[in-house]
Design a protein around this ligand. Sequence first.
Ligand code: NI
Ligand code: MN
Length: 225
Amino acid sequence: MPRLTYLGHAAFTLEGSKARIVIDPFLSGNPLATARPEEIKVDYVLLTHGHNDHLGDGIEIAKANNATIVAPNELAIYCAGQGTEIHPMHIGGAHDFPFGRVKLTIAHHGSVAPDGTYTGNPCGFLITMDGKTLYHPGDTGLFYDMKLIGQMNSIDLAVLPIGDNFTMGIDDAAKAAEFLQAGMYIPMHFKTFDVIDVEPEEFVKKVQSGGQKARVLPIGDSLEY
Ligand code: NI
Ligand code: MN
């Protein structure tokens, strides 16, 4: 069973039988993060978009671990320019990595690197490792194609942004859960900044009242799925 650990904001590590992955490792500069970038030991770094709170320490972590960055093409090329190994992909495309399969999904958001370089379209990830599928939608507003994503994939675990302002808020994230029909939901992208200071328990209650499973995963805690 893959093991998911919450690092805060939209950052998670994922450990499967064949590889360790980190997604959107925003640690330096995140007041709520408890892990330091030097502590992250991974084979792959998956990045949904170039914003500082997602690209985060991704380049430094990739270099320190000789890890490969998997990201939308423009963002991947930006990272290669900073000296990292990359595997560029794009929306709608899937690839079988040694550890499992990654498919890029749409995300309604923006993407630019901290130095102002345009980094293309943002994405979400469907990651299948050890027979289990995780959906990390990145930063996005609610979109009706989540219904299609739910129909075409048996999602075991979905992490959903709930903080509002930059992404879906709680009501829209609960509607996303209706569309996705995943085995379990974990809220993310809340409380890091004042404008996303929402109560994750409200999201959990809304999802549960719709007959599905949800829980808050505290920063630093892990879950097998
Ligand atoms: Ni963003
Ligand atoms: Mn963000």
